[in-house]
Ligand binder design. Structure first.
Ligand code: FES
Length: 349
């Protein structure tokens, strides 16, 4: 178990990362008085100084390429925190790097949808080309490679980001070509959004210092045309087919009607004398307009385990008992529970 970077308290907080902390590179640019002034500029944006920690960590990365021990110390000094407190935050978020990074961070989504569409093959190919694994930097210092959890662009799967800019619908060949171009010093245009900078450049933006001359220039860059077809495909199909969403249940305020004021509590069960929590649970179950939502509401009902907590469709015929704990359908996964087949299919054991 390693100590946190820059933590004078040594192993005061452990278990967050077992990988070794590398010594700072000899050519690491120092943090200067200018860095400190910019840190104070960030702090001044917030009513409470410690709220500035996240952008300050990005600021440190914009100078040194990672959250160095020196950077942890600077944040702690300016905010009146301990180094352990700063280290605990820096090690919680994956966007804060604990080791020196390459010029660009290439993140390959290997979460479910991207993975089934080739994300893992892309990761494997880039790993072989660069001679590195997850969270390692190529020997030439050009690229730090990492696998990423869902990058919230599933409609463009499989996706790769470079310095958090999107390169959509990649395959092994296109991703290899992208990385080869980056290693040559080129900056291929992202599929959408702002033009590519590099890891330190994007870190500076995340710290709140724009690379653009004024707000209009920033807006023009970020609002650059994007390929929205995958996002809009469902909408386009529904228009072509004349489909529309079912109406909301009667009494549901539309977004424009919702004034944020609490509504009168619905009491569909007619139960009186119950606790407010149970009445709210009743209301959630009654308001559910599909089986999945109803099952979810039932599971959070204070009476879960009685008529609300038991999903009778899951009971095994003839046993009259619930599915044993831990073996429920869907347990341990994020997928929806589905009923088991009545019998094994042909040819299945
Ligand atoms: S699974 Fe890759 S972006 Fe969501």
């Amino acid at each position: 178990m390693s100590a946190l970077p820059g933590s004078a308290e040594g192993t005061a907080v452990t278990g967050l990362d077992s990988s070794p902390v590398q010594p700072a590179p000899a050519d690491l640019p120092p943090l200067t008085e200018q860095t400190r002034l910019e840190a104070r500029e960030i702090i001044a944006r917030y009513p409470r100084a410690r709220s500035a920690l996240l952008p300050m960590l990005h600021l440190v990365q914009s100078y040194q390429g990672y959250v160095s021990p020196e950077g942890v110390a600077l944040c702690a000094e300016e905010l009146g925190l301990t180094k352990a407190e700063v280290g605990a935050v820096a090690t919680f978020y994956t966007m804060y790097k604990r080791r020196p990074t390459g010029r660009h961070i290439v993140s390959v989504c290997t979460n479910t949808l991207c993975s089934v569409l080739g994300g893992q093959r892309i990761m494997d190919a880039l790993s072989a080309d660069l001679g590195v694994h997850h969270d390692e930097t190529a020997a030439d210092g050009s690229i730090t490679l990492e696998h990423a959890e869902c990058l919230a662009a599933c409609d463009y799967a499989p996706v790769v980001t470079v310095d958090y800019e999107f390169y959509d619908q990649q395959d092994v060949d296109s991703a290899r070509a992208l990385v080869a171009a980056l290693r040559r010093g080129e900056k291929p245009l992202p599929t959408r959004g702002a033009p590519l900078t590099d890891f330190r450049g994007i870190s500076r933006q995340l710290a709140g210092f724009s690379q653009y001359g004024d707000a209009a220039a920033a807006r023009d860059a970020v609002d650059a045309p994007g390929a929205l077809e995958p996002t809009l495909a469902g909408l386009r199909l529904s228009v072509e087919r004349g489909e529309s969403a079912p109406p909301m249940p009667a009494g549901t305020p539309s977004a424009s009607e919702d004034d944020g004021e609490p509504r009168e509590t619905v009491r569909p069960s007619g139960r009186t004398g119950e606790t407010p929590e149970k009445e709210a649970g009743d209301a959630r179950v009654a308001a559910a307009d599909n089986p999945a939502e109803r099952a979810g509401a039932a599971q959070t009902h204070p009476d879960a385990g009685s008529e609300y907590g038991r999903d009778r469709s899951r009971e095994r015929p003839g046993t009259g008992t619930d599915t044993p704990a831990g073996t429920e359908l869907g347990a341990g996964s994020q997928g929806p529970a589905t009923p088991p087949p009545a019998s094994p299919g042909p040819g299945k054991a």
